[in-house]
Design a protein around this ligand. Structure first.
Ligand code: HAM
Length: 433
C-alpha cells in the first residue's frame, strides 16, 4: 500500500518551523497592539460570492485559484476556502455593524489562506498570512502609518533591509480612462504578446504591468504610467502619503508595476521585497487601500486600507539569511531522572510538583539506565537535571547544572525555589543554580 503524504502544495509545519512562525506571529501581534489594533478571527471558508464580488471575478485568485468546496445537496450556498483575509474581514465588519463602533476599526488576523496555484518555492496552496486592516479612515496619514508598521515588523523580525515599493492605482474616477489608454498602447503589440498576456489585455490590462515574463520587460518600461494619469483628488492623496512617509523617515521606491492582483484596490498600493527580489514574485507582503470594498459587499461607503505579510516566505528569507537558527524551541528547564529505572512514579510526582510551581520540567519515564536518561536530557538542551537516588530517604535529591557541570544536594522541599533561581540566572547569562 502506498504511504499517505500531505497534499501537493501544502506542508507540515514541524516543531522547529512552527516555532519560527510563532515568533513572527508574536512580533506582529505585539507590534500591532502598540498601534491600537485588536485581533479577530473569521472562518476559513465563506460564501464563494464574498470572494467573487470582493476580490473580483476576473482575477487569477478567483478565476483559477479558488478552492471551491463541493456543494452538499442540502445546502444551496456555494462555499470556498478563503484565498485571502480582507474580503472576509470586511464581510464581518458589515455583518456585526462595526460601522457603529468608534472609527476607524483596526483589526489583525493570522491564519492559513488557500490558493490553487502551481506550487513552487515560496508559493504554496496553503500558506499563512498575518493580516492587518484599518477600516473607516480615508487617509492619507494612516496609509503612511501602516507602511511604517510593516517596516517596523520586518526590522524586528530580522529583515531590516526589506524595501517598500509604492504606487497609486487611482480610483473609479481616473482608472477607467487610464486602462483604456493602456489597452490602446498594448494593442499594436497584441500579436507579439505571450498568450497569458494577450488574455490579460482583453480582460484586465492593468495586470500586464506586473507580468513576470522577461519578454514583457521592455514593452512595460515604455507603457503609460498611472501616476501620470491620476485625477486631482488621487494625485493629492498620493503626494500627501509620500509627505507623511518622508516625515516618518521611511524610504520607498516608486514602482509603477505594483498594481496588485486583487480588484478591490484604490489609490495607495505597496509591496515589501528583499532588495533585488522584486522581479521574482517573491513579495514578502503587500497591500493597499480599498475604499470601495465595504460598499461592494453591501455596507455603507467606508474607506479601508491594510496589508498581508506572507509568513512562509518570511521564514524562508530568514533561513536563507542564516537567521533561522535564532529560533529554537525552548526545551525543558529541568529533567527529572533517577538511579532506579523502574521508579517512574516518584520521578513523575517530582516533575508534576515542579510544573505546578511554574517550571518547565519533564520526568524521564522510560525505564532505562541513568546514563541514557542523562544523555537524553543533555540532547534536549535542558539546563538542569534532578537526580533521584538514595538521598531521597532523607528528603534530598541531587541537582545538576548541565551547563556549569556543577552538582549540589538539595532538599526536595527547596527544589522549586532553587530551580526558579537557577533558571533566572541562566536567562541572564550567569549560569549556576
Ligand atoms: P497578497 O499580495 O495577495 O495580498 O498576499 C499577501 C502576501 O501573502 C504576499 O505578499 C505573499 O508574501 C503571501 N502569499 C500570497 N500568495 C502566496 C502563496 N501562494 N504562497 C505563499 N505566500 C503567499 C492579500 O492577500 C491582501 N489581502 C492583502 C491586503 C490586506 N490588502 C489589504 N488588506
Amino acid at each position: 500500500m502506498s504511504t499517505f503524504r500531505a497534499p501537493r502544495g501544502t506542508r507540515d509545519l514541524l516543531p522547529a518551523e512552527r516555532a519560527a512562525f510563532r515568533r513572527l506571529e508574536t512580533i506582529a501581534t505585539d507590534l500591532a497592539r502598540r498601534y491600537g489594533y485588536h485581533e479577530l478571527d473569521t472562518p476559513i471558508f465563506e460564501q464563494a460570492a464574498v470572494f467573487e464580488r470582493g476580490v473580483g471575478a476576473v482575477t487569477d485568485v478567483v478565476e483559477k485559484e479558488l478552492f471551491r468546496i463541493a456543494p452538499r445537496t442540502e445546502e444551496a450556498e456555494s462555499w470556498a476556502l478563503r484565498p485571502e483575509p480582507t474580503a472576509g474581514i470586511v464581510r464581518a465588519y458589515i455583518q456585526h455593524g462595526m460601522q457603529t463602533w468608534p472609527q476607524p476599526v483596526k483589526l489583525t488576523m493570522t491564519g492559513p489562506m488557500f490558493r490553487y496555484d502551481r506550487p513552487q518555492a515560496g508559493r504554496y496552496r496553503q500558506f499563512w498570512q498575518f493580516d492587518i486592516e484599518v477600516i473607516g479612515d480615508p487617509g492619507p496619514a494612516v496609509d503612511a502609518e501602516i507602511i511604517e508598521l510593516g517596516r517596523a515588523f520586518y526590522r524586528e523580525a530580522g529583515l531590516g533591509s526589506v524595501e517598500v515599493l509604492l504606487n497609486s492605482i487611482g480610483d473609479g474616477a481616473c482608472r477607467p480612462a487610464y486602462i483604456e489608454s493602456l489597452r490602446a498602447w498594448y494593442q499594436p503589440h497584441a500579436e507579439e504578446l505571450p498568450q497569458l498576456e494577450r488574455d490579460r489585455l482583453e480582460r484586465n490590462p492593468l495586470r500586464l504591468l506586473d507580468s513576470k515574463d522577461p519578454a514583457m520587460a521592455e514593452l512595460n518600461a515604455g507603457a503609460p504610467r498611472i501616476t501620470d494619469a491620476l485625477c486631482g483628488p488621487c494625485r493629492d492623496h498620493f503626494s500627501a502619503v509620500r509627505e507623511h512617509l518622508h516625515a516618518l523617515g521611511i524610504g520607498y521606491r516608486l514602482e509603477p508595476a505594483v498594481v496588485r492582483g486583487l480588484d478591490y484596490y484604490t489609490r495607495t498600493a505597496f509591496e515589501f521585497y528583499l532588495p533585488g527580489r522584486d522581479g521574482q514574485q517573491q513579495a514578502l507582503g503587500g497591500g493597499g487601500r480599498y475604499d470601495g470594498l465595504v460598499e461592494l459587499l453591501g455596507g455603507r461607503p467606508t474607506p479601508g486600507i491594510g496589508f498581508g505579510l506572507g509568513l512562509d516566505r518570511i521564514v524562508l528569507a530568514l533561513n536563507a539569511a542564516g537567521a533561522g537558527d535564532a529560533v529554537r524551541e525552548p526545551g525543558p528547564v529541568a529533567v527529572v531522572i533517577g538511579a532506579d529505572p523502574g521508579a517512574t512514579a516518584i520521578r513523575l510526582r517530582v516533575a508534576t510538583d515542579l510544573r505546578a510551581a511554574g517550571i518547565a520540567a519533564r520526568a524521564d519515564l522510560g525505564q532505562r539506565r541513568l546514563a541514557r536518561q542523562l544523555e537524553s536530557a543533555a540532547r534536549e538542551h535542558a539546563h538542569f537535571v534532578v537526580i533521584i537516588g538514595d538521598e531521597l530517604a532523607d528528603g534530598n535529591v541531587q541537582l545538576k547544572d548541565l551547563d556549569a557541570g556543577s552538582q549540589q544536594l538539595v532538599a526536595l522541599d527547596d527544589l522549586a525555589r532553587k530551580l526558579l533561581q537557577g533558571d533566572r540566572s541562566h536567562r541572564h547569562g550567569k549560569g549556576g543554580a
